[in-house]
Write a protein that binds this ligand. Sequence first.
Ligand code: CUA
Length: 348
Amino acid sequence: MSVRRIRTLLQKFAALAALAVVLASSAGCGWTRLNYPQTSLTPTSDYARDIDTILNQQVFWVVVIFVLVQGMIIVTVLRFRARPGAPDPKPVHGNTALEIAWTIAPAIILALVAVPTVETIYRTQAPAAKGALQVNVIGHQWWWEFQYPELGITTASELHVPAGRTVNVAITTADVLHSFWFPAIGGKRDAIPTHTNYMWFKPDSLGVFMGQCAELCGTSHANMRMRLFVETPEQFEAWVAHQKQPATDPDSVTNAAAWQGRKVWGDQICFTCHTVNGVENAVGIVGPNLTHVGSRTAIAGSIYPNDAEHLAKWISNAPAAKPGSLMPNLGLNDEQVKALVAYLQSLK
Ligand code: CUA
């Protein structure tokens, strides 16, 4: 390889590294408010810590084996290398003690890896402990629905749970295969049509965690994100109490824009796809439940911040904002969009 070619390659590498830094810094700023990176290397639940322990054990054995094997190769190469004038080495084969040793040693190492792994699999796949918080997770193209059957709450894209209590999620899908995955919380679990998968975890660290669909599910698979809010029990109770409230219709005097938007909502039959608890006929289940959409931090499968600018962008042409979006372009004019944004923002 010529020096020139190496230099070109280095320049390309530097450009890519610079791009990565720019992307990372833009992802980390402002609206995301994430406390943890989307990685399984920062475990924050019992389940994730169990997996992490096994990973650490395996890395330990891999390092031991690597050092031993490489050490033996280096010693062999240095000590037994060909020297000028030295006779050919005597061929050796059929050393019984050696054969037994290198059969038993890997068997012991494999047992040291397999026993804790199998034990952890059985423990973490067992049914959740009694008293766990039940959450039904339903994958949709391309957003996540969360139902709390015992609390009568349905929400989307943002899962709230209290720290220190086991959460039992029952995972399924409304359409195609998806996979539920909060890397910091534990392993992936597939969402399979006509089948329910379970997973439980006890979160132990407060914060906001990023999750991602982990099964290719169509055009906007990469845009099927979600957030996990691990809160204190008091914060969680307050959230539950708030979510249980039906939506209040905006007042025509104090919030004329939202009141206007409420009319657009009716004219555009948004209610055929979306539920807003407390609003007549608004019982659609094709799209996310919008009862408290104004209190969420993000929209469109957690890919845009929930602010007026992005809501407007989304409502005016959803497929342009998110490829393949099942929410159609409704062909609204600017005035209608503005009014709808005000209405959605009023649904705190
Ligand atoms: Cu849902 Cu990928």
